[in-house]
Write a protein that binds this ligand. Structure first.
Ligand SMILES: Nc1ncnc2c1ncn2[C@@H]1O[C@H](COP(=O)(O)OP(=O)(O)OP(=O)(O)O)[C@@H](O)[C@H]1O
Length: 258
């Protein structure tokens, strides 16, 4: 059974079907792209899969080791607890906290202390704090940010802020990671670094990644499989090579090259 099964999912906003009858499946350890023209419904689909919106129709089922969970009416924090993490189109870091603290927050969200050990500051509280700090530093090292531990997030260059957001999402130890336009606003050098970052996460962490991205060279370069939305509907799916040749997709992009 796939890790995530989306079955005939629909989201209506008044008379507009922002997502209409969409069915997709995500397997373990896949790197999948979700593309489509502006307003096609990509972010709405992410919002449906992460509990920001409740579907109007259809279902979303998460399968972990044979245990199926229907996500339809679950709140974002409960979905995150299951191991589904995301980043947003606009950067959402704790900008006045350090790089290290931003990542620690990710780890803390997954390793919640009991209220007693936290409030009473029991030895177990300090032990876990020290351990999570070490793990945060290890994670930052993997992504070459160990020299920025005490830098305030707001003082990082734009590309590094985006990188930190993804690292923080990884610190929640997801099985499924949604990245919403991670290359938005990046220069070519930053985009190249991001491409390597995504590849590295895919290779080393064994998680499923879904990427919304307008930068076609990035998508075609890293994704194994693509889904294409237009006006809320799924119009194509396939490998990057197949999608490049797909007439319906080329038409959706106004006859332009993709
Ligand atoms: N909360 C909302 N209320 C009403 N309409 C919405 C809402 N969110 C999105 N829409 C509409 O749904 C459609 C799909 O929007 P969405 O942001 O999902 O597209 P997108 O593919 O992510 O676009 P982009 O690539 O420009 O980010 C658009 O017509 C948008 O105006």
């Amino acid at each position: 059974m796939p890790l995530l099964t989306v079955d005939r999912l629909t989201k209506n906003f008044g008379g507009l079907a922002a997502v209409s009858n969409v069915s997709i499946q995500l397997e373990e350890n896949e790197l999948v792209g979700l593309i489509g023209p502006n307003g096609a419904g990509k972010t709405t689909l992410f919002n449906l899969l992460t509990g920001v919106y409740e579907p109007s129709e259809g279902s979303v089922t998460f399968n972990e080791n044979g245990k199926e969970t229907l996500l339809n009416k679950m709140k974002p924090y409960a979905i995150a607890d299951l191991g589904i993490s995301r980043t947003f189109q606009n950067i959402r870091l704790f900008k006045d906290l350090t790089v290290l603290d931003n990542v620690l927050i990710g780890f803390n969200s997954k390793n919640k202390q009991g209220i007693f050990s936290s409030v009473l500051r029991l030895p177990s509280f300090y032990r876990q704090e020290a351990e999570l700090k070490e793990r945060s530093i290890e994670l930052l090292k993997i992504f070459d940010m160990e020299n920025e531990l005490e830098t305030l997030a707001r003082n990082l260059p734009y590309g590094q802020q985006r990188r930190l957001e993804i690292i923080r999402a990884l610190a929640t130890q997801p099985k499924l990671l949604f990245l919403d336009e991670p290359a938005a606003g990046m220069n070519p050098q930053e985009t190249a670094e991001l491409t390597e970052l995504i590849r590295k996460i895919h290779q080393e962490f064994g998680i499923t990644i879904v990427l919304i991205e307008h930068d076609m060279s990035l998508v075609m370069d890293v994704c194994e499989r693509l889904y294409v939305l237009e006006y809320g509907q799924l119009i194509a799916q396939g490998t990057p090579a197949e999608i490049k040749e797909n007439k319906r997709v080329i038409q959706a992009y106004l006859g332009g090259e993709i």
